[in-house]
Design a protein around this ligand. Structure first.
Ligand code: AMP
Length: 584
């Protein structure tokens, strides 16, 4: 890992000047929901997108997962929901690339709109259609859908778009990558011409521009990576990131802290709620953590800072707002428990270490979907963030032994050991000198580092593929039949025991893979669909992850047999369904 200078913003903003959600003109029910969730201030994309969206403007936003883009479009939509609406066709349609995102976005709508009684329905392939039909029949306000299933309902006449006031295309680049272009066009044709259209995309390739030109009217354009932070005095900060699934984050944080053994660290979370939850979890795991957020009185905050300075606590878990203006001299590590919502915020956070010429360490835990946000931060700061592997139990053991060895070495060099000579001598009457030394090392090891690494759990690694320009394989949504191209080097084919007869389409497979793993749509190669099975080409390095992910999920509502394709390289990737059937 290398040390790199990091530009700092010389004038961090004052918390009192921060534009709060109330300044964005949101209604009381939404403000109450946001406060209950512990959101302290809008993210940059929310600050910029909410006012024009409230006014009904079209919007073209470049924003990746992790920027708070979901609330940026959900809050203004909820703001404009009429009260006490019963029955009726949806007023808003949100199109998303995967079912996982459909569920996540619906949940976000529910969280923000719970006091408004907004009826939000996710519809996606793989879920029984009957339940969706009943809910659509009963009337909904917002539908969050994958394009394929939305079109299916439109064709059946069960999803009627005549009342739509707003259409949101979320993660539009991913939808195009997955071959949904035609579906999106067809859906938009059914929507009223007089509507608001909102498009969010992490990247802005020409195809997205084309889509925007065709379907958006005089849109407001928002790009969160517009400005490069001003280069000021440059702290020396080693920057790294770990890609980890949400469920494993507390364990991953503990592991990283154990291996890094910081003098004192600050862990940044997005919301008050997360700060409280994480502080409790980390204390439960034996760390001395203190919470610091905007919901605390000045007196409480002073007490926390006192405990950190005196060394009674060694971990400060804080929100950005609470940590602004904080001056802790001895901080050695900054940990981003979540990827910050904007590059500027990342720069502010990591500027807290590496002061006065000392080297600091900045660590970011990112969920697989937030990988793009790391890339954005790298681009804006012009600094490399090294993606590291989460230390394994063996790494932890090695590190702990190294610490014990260092402690013993120091004792040998510095301490007066004479008072212990008598013990060593009497034991050597009975035991070999080496054995005596080993027992002493064991006791020292256990005494200085409580907690056995035997109890430590292995934390699953999530592989993330680097972005690739252009994408061979499933451009367009049609299934490719007949002979396949020769397989690209470094890829394997994964066999999935469901095919055309189960209604499987390429986008179902891509959706399942991108939803369940850190693999992106563009990294998946050719997809071949036979009557009873499908073959998906993926990079060798992620094959196991893809297999595990698909085994843990359903495709078209069904569990499938998933494994590496047995026929391997034998036929150069030629596809002959009859032959394969015979061989099985
Ligand atoms: P998104 O980029 O929409 O996927 O959001 C990323 C995460 O940030 C989600 O877990 C949200 O709950 C959270 N979030 C969104 N806006 C805020 C905010 N203003 N303050 C704190 N957390 C937020």
């Amino acid at each position: 890992m290398s040390s790199a200078p990091v530009p700092t913003d010389p004038t961090p903003s004052d918390p009192d000047e921060a534009s709060a959600f109330a300044d964005l003109g949101l209604r009381a029910e939404l403000l109450a929901a946001l406060s209950a969730l512990g959101y302290e201030e809008p993210t940059p994309i929310q600050r910029e997108a909410i006012p024009p969206l409230r006014e009904g403007r079209d919007l073209l936003g470049q924003a990746a997962t992790g920027t708070g883009k979901t609330a940026a479009f959900a809050l203004p939509l909820l703001q404009r929901m009429p009260e006490d609406r019963s029955g009726g066709d949806p007023l808003a349609l949100v199109l998303v690339p995967t079912r996982e995102l459909a569920v996540q976005v619906s949940e976000a709508f529910h969280r923000y709109g719970k006091d408004l009684g907004a009826r939000v329905l996710p519809i996606y392939g793989g879920q029984p259609i009957g339940r969706q039909l009943r809910s659509l029949d009963a009337g909904v306000d917002v539908v969050v859908a994958t394009p394929g299933r939305a079109l299916d309902h439109i064709a059946r006449g069960t999803l009627r778009l005549g009342n739509l006031g707003t259409v949101v295309l979320d993660e539009a680049d991913e939808m195009l990558d997955m071959g949904f272009a035609e579906d999106i066009e067809a859906i938009l044709e059914h929507a009223p011409a007089q509507r608001q259209t909102v498009l969010f995309s992490a990247t802005m390739p020409a195809r997205i521009d084309g889509l925007a030109r065709q379907h958006l009217t005089d849109p407001v354009r928002i790009q969160i990576e517009r400005e490069r932070p001003v280069a000021g005095e440059a702290p020396r900060v080693r920057q790294s990131a770990y890609i980890v699934a949400r469920a494993h984050k507390p364990a991953a944080l503990g592991r990283v802290l154990d291996v890094e053994s910081p003098t004192s660290a600050i862990v940044f979370c997005r919301s008050r709620e997360e700060v409280d939850r994480l502080t409790e979890t980390m204390n439960g795991r034996g760390y001395r953590a203190e919470a610091l957020h905007g919901g605390m009185s000045q007196e409480q905050r002073d007490r926390v800072m006192g405990r950190l300075r005196s060394g009674t606590a060694d971990l400060l878990v804080a929100t950005d707002v609470a940590a602004r203006g904080l001056d802790v001299e001895q901080l050695s590590h900054v940990v981003n428990y979540d990827v910050p919502s904007a590059p500027e915020s990342y720069v502010h956070r990591i500027g807290r270490v590496g002061r006065a010429g000392r080297e600091g360490v900045a660590i970011t835990l990112a969920e697989p979907r937030e990988h793009r946000m790391l890339k954005t931060i790298e681009r804006v700061t012009g600094q490399r963030i090294l993606i590291d592997k989460i230390p394994t139990v063996a790494d932890l053991r090695t590190r702990r032994l190294a610490l014990t060895q260092a402690a013993l070495r120091e004792s040998l060099l510095e301490d007066d050991l004479e008072p212990f000579r008598v013990i060593a001598e009497s034991l050597t009457d009975e035991f070999d000198l080496m054995e005596v030394a080993l027992a002493a090392v064991k006791l020292a090891h256990e005494a200085t580092l409580p907690g056995s690494d035997d109890e430590a759990e292995e934390i699953p690694q999530v592989a993330v593929r680097p972005a690739r320009e252009g994408r061979p394989g499933h451009e367009g949504r049609g299934e490719r039949r007949g002979p396949a191209r020769p397989r690209a080097t470094g890829t394997v084919q994964v066999f999935v025991g469901l095919g055309r007869r189960a209604g499987v389409r390429p986008q179902d497979l891509v959706g399942a893979i991108t939803g369940e793993t850190g693999v992106r749509g563009r990294d998946i190669g050719s997809i071949e669909i036979a009557d009873r099975f499908s073959l998906v080409e993926v990079p060798v390095g992620v094959a196991d992850e893809v297999i595990q992910g698909l085994r843990g999920s359903t495709i078209k509502g069904r569990k499938a047999t998933v494994r590496r394709d047995r026929d391997g390289d034998g036929d150069g990737g030629r596809f002959d369904s009859r032959e394969r059937r015979d061989r099985r």
